[in-house]
Design a protein around this ligand. Structure first.
Ligand code: KIV
Ligand code: ZN
Length: 529
């Protein structure tokens, strides 16, 4: 008897998930994120490196500036399909056609609200009028673009039967992508899953037409909702870098891309985005818009690959997979850092000291550990430069400069100027004082400090706050500066804002100085101390 024939069962291949980037449209239109045309172009190149499938470059009819930005991106950026948003009017569609004209592949994204609240309060249209408008606009657009996307604005608050009717109407009149926006971030994963399932099953459409999710983050659910939509059959997700967008923002590009990549075992679709370009693009966006990324932001926050707690650091030293589900390299971030702070253990301290070339004996290590904990309590994070300062016997706070006196003066008149005289003392350089002016007392004091120390500093951010303590109240200043193209941060307390800010600045100057020393020590073999 011959052996039974085995027929190979083909493993089902996951579908393609299209990444539609709206950083430069929904993201850019939100307060605090506006960009000039050259800035948008720079970001568009970075997004193209990330290999997003479609890049929504702007809303051509919104302003001549927006039209120009879309047109420049359409002329110069290659790779993604370039898209412009348009309201459901012939005029908007023509503006999009003009701006997109130089693009090798162009997509029109036309939207019209479908929910009862938008129909009644904003559009003053009946259901029938909404359907007629969709028909008229899509018929007008047909033949001018390579792809047409239709968005039913506020889809998640639209009557289910009417949403199916509106989407079927758009598909019948030439829409290739049916976008289902949760415009006000109102939905939750189970609900949005059911909505997409029902649309996939009931909307009449040609085979090539796909559904798209566009989720806002008003309840912090944009990424979770987008993933639920993918599970239900959506094959495009609209997202923005750093999650920027109207109000609480859009589904974050970095989170959706990494969730699909890391949990490819549970999602039915894969994106073709190149995640290794995420970090530089996110950093650049933050610098261009001046909107910092929260330290605890998933994937791109400065703590995303930082470990401070002793137990976590011990695990990371043994095997990084204990506390990291993705590597920093996979998103283009600099290597993981074991941040030394008040929660760190002696094990991590000894390991970092060894990297810097120090091998203290157990007694010395014990003493250094105590100094390190005191400095961490005072300043938060302790970096290599601070450790060198401790090992080399700089003051426990890490700063070599002491502020002896600060005097502030404001001139009278319509345009008052602020002056600061600052006197500092240094163990080797002695007492030095200088006077400088600036836009405000802190700026003037900082200018004087830079004149005294001879170090040029670019202040990236300065945050001050008051807090109550046993003695009454104190001020805390957190600062981030750039010295010779490198970032340093510091924290200091003081009896008033200006003193705390100057101390925080001096601390970062010492960090900058000690950094060079730490780097030269990194390459040397460890020596017993
Ligand atoms: O949130 C929204 O509804 C939109 C549409 C224009 C797609 O941004
Ligand atoms: Zn939106």
């Amino acid at each position: 008897m011959s052996a039974p024939k085995l027929t190979a069962v083909p493993t089902p291949q996951p579908d393609r998930l299209h990444i539609f980037d709206t950083t430069l449209r929904d993201g850019e239109q939100a307060p605090g994120f506006s960009m000039t045309a050259p800035e948008k172009l720079e970001m568009a190149h970075l997004l193209a490196n990330l290999r997003v499938d479609t890049l929504e470059a702007g809303f051509a009819a919104a302003s001549p500036g927006d039209s120009e930005a879309v047109r420049i991106i359409a002329s110069e950026v290659r790779g993604p399909t370039i898209c412009s948003l348009a309201r459901a009017t012939e005029k908007d569609i023509d503006a999009a056609a003009y701006a997109l004209e130089p693009a090798p592949r162009k997509r029109l994204h036309v939207f019209l609200a479908t929910s009862p609240i938008h129909r009644d309060a904003k559009l003053r249209m009946s259901r029938h009028e909404v359907l007629m408008t969709i028909e008229r606009c899509l018929d007008h657009a047909r033949g001018t673009f390579d792809e047409i996307e239709f968005s039913a604005e506020d889809a998640l608050r639209t009557e289910p039967d009417f949403l199916i009717e509106a989407m079927s109407c758009a598909a019948a009149h030439g829409a290739d992508v049916l976008n289902v926006p949760d415009t006000v971030g109102y939905s939750e994963p189970d609900e949005i899953y059911r909505v997409f399932k029902s649309l996939v099953e009931n909307v009449e459409r040609p085979d090539h037409v796909i559904f798209s999710a566009h989720c806002h983050n008003d309840l912090g659910l944009a990424v979770a909702n987008s993933l639920a939509a993918v599970k239900a059959g959506a094959r495009q997700v609209e997202c923005a870098l750093n999650g920027i967008g109207e109000r609480a923002g859009n589904c974050s590009l970095e989170e959706i891309v990494m969730a699909l990549q890391i949990r490819a075992d549970i999602f039915p679709a894969v994106s073709h985005a190149d995640a290794t370009h995420i970090w530089p693009a996110s950093q650049r966006l933050s610098r261009i818009t001046g909107a910092p990324v929260a330290p605890n932001k998933a994937v791109v926050g400065k703590n995303a690959f930082a470990h401070e707690a002793g137990i976590h650091q011990h695990g990371m030293i043994s095997d990084r997979r204990t506390y990291e589900i993705m590597t920093p390299e996979s998103v283009g971030a600099p290597g993981s850092s074991l941040v030394l702070g008040k929660h760190s253990g002696k094990h991590a301290l000894a390991q970092r000291l060894a990297k810097l070339g120090y091998q203290p004996d157990p007694d010395r290590l014990q003493r250094v550990f105590a100094q390190f904990k005191a400095a961490a309590d005072e300043h938060g994070e302790i970096n290599d430069a601070d450790l060198v300062a401790i090992m080399e016997g700089y003051s426990a706070s890490g700063s070599q400069w002491t502020v002896l006196r600060t005097e502030l003066r404001t001139t009278a008149g319509r345009n008052p100027k602020q002056f600061a005289r600052v006197e500092l003392e240094h163990p080797r350089r002695g007492r030095i004082s200088d006077i400088a002016s600036g836009d405000g007392p802190v700026a003037a004091a900082f200018a004087a400090v830079q004149q005294i120390t001879g170090t040029q500093v670019d202040v990236i951010s300065l945050e001050t706050r008051m807090r109550a303590n046993d003695a009454g109240r104190e001020f805390v200043a957190d600062i981030e500066v750039e010295i010779d193209g490198r970032r340093f941060s510091g924290r200091a307390r003081g009896p008033d804002i200006v003193t705390a800010a100057i101390d925080a600045l001096l601390f970062t100057l010492d960090r900058g100085e000690a950094k060079a020393k730490a780097e030269s020590q990194q390459s040397r073999p460890a020596h017993a101390v």
